[in-house]
Write a protein that binds this ligand. Structure first.
Ligand code: URA
Length: 244
C-alpha cells in the first residue's frame, strides 16, 4: 500500500512537471484531465510474429523507390529518422517542400512545432522516431492518393515492426486513417487510443493544422497528456524530463 502511494505521488509530480512544461499549448488545461484515458487502452502487444528487418535493411530494400508515380516529381526520398528502439513514434502524412529538399521528415515550420510538442512531453527528436505515411512528396502538397498509400505503407509497417514503439502518435487525418485502415475525420478519431496491428495509436491534429488554428493546441496537449500517462503506466520514463 505504501509502495502504491509512493508510485501515485511520483506519477503526479512527474505529470505536474509535464503540464508546466506544456507552455507551447496556450492555457494547457488542468492536470486532472491527464489522470487517465477515458477510453480503455487496448492491451494487445506489438506484433512479434512478422519477419523483422532492421531499418537499414528496409532502407536498402526501398532503394531509389519507383513503386508509385511520386518518384517522378520528388527530389529526395524521406525515410524517417530517430531512435531505432524508440518507445514513442510520430507518424505524419508526407514530406513537404522542405523535407523533399533535405531528405528528413518534419524539418520545416510544422517540424519546429512538432519539436516543441515532443519536448513538452519530456522527449527530444533523437529519442523518438519520426516518419510519414508517404516517403515521397506529393506535388503541391496535395493529399496522398490511395495507390500511393498502398505502395508505401508496407515500408512504414516494416519500420514500425523494426522499432516496436509502445505508442504511435498519428499526426492528422491521412496518418491516422492510413495506420488504422479507416476513412474518418480526425475529430472523430483523436483523443483516444486505437489498436492497429497490436500497436497503440493515438491520433491528434497535425502540427501544420495547429499553425493555422493555434487555438486547437490545447486539444493536442490534452491528447499528448494521455500519451504521457500511458507511457508512465507502461513504466517508460522520458529521458529528458522537463525542467521544473
Ligand atoms: N508534414 C508531414 O506530414 N510530414 C512531414 O515530414 C512534414 C510536414
Amino acid at each position: 500500500m505504501d509502495d502504491l502511494r509512493l508510485l501515485v505521488g511520483d506519477l503526479r509530480r512527474q505529470l505536474e512537471r509535464h503540464v508546466r512544461a506544456g507552455a507551447w499549448a496556450a492555457r494547457a488545461g488542468s492536470p486532472t484531465r491527464a489522470a487517465g484515458p477515458e477510453v480503455a487502452v487496448p492491451v494487445t502487444e506489438p506484433s512479434v510474429d512478422t519477419p523483422r528487418r532492421t531499418l537499414a535493411q528496409i532502407r536498402d530494400e526501398l532503394g531509389e523507390c519507383q513503386r508509385c508515380k511520386l518518384h517522378a516529381t520528388r527530389t529526395k526520398l524521406v525515410f524517417g529518422n530517430g531512435a531505432e528502439d524508440a518507445a514513442l513514434m510520430f507518424v505524419g502524412e508526407a514530406p513537404g517542400a522542405d523535407e523533399d529538399r533535405i531528405g528528413d521528415p518534419f524539418v520545416g515550420k510544422a517540424g519546429e512545432l512538432l519539436d516543441k510538442m515532443i519536448e513538452a512531453m519530456g522527449w527530444t527528436r533523437p529519442t523518438v522516431y519520426v516518419a510519414n505515411i508517404l516517403k515521397s512528396r506529393p506535388p503541391g502538397n496535395r493529399n496522398p492518393q490511395p495507390d500511393e498509400v498502398a505502395a508505401c505503407i508496407p515500408f512504414l509497417w516494416a519500420q514500425i515492426d523494426a522499432i516496436r514503439p509502445r505508442i504511435i502518435v498519428a499526426l492528422g487525418r491521412p496518418a491516422a486513417n492510413g495506420l488504422l485502415g479507416r476513412d474518418a475525420p480526425i475529430s472523430a478519431l483523436r483523443g483516444r487510443f486505437h489498436d492497429a496491428r497490436g500497436y497503440k495509436v493515438l491520433p491528434t491534429f497535425h502540427p501544420a493544422y495547429l499553425l493555422r488554428e493555434p487555438e486547437r493546441k490545447r486539444d493536442v496537449w490534452t491528447d499528448l497528456k494521455l500519451v504521457i500517462v500511458e507511457l508512465d503506466r507502461l513504466g517508460i520514463r522520458s529521458p529528458h524530463p522537463p525542467k521544473t
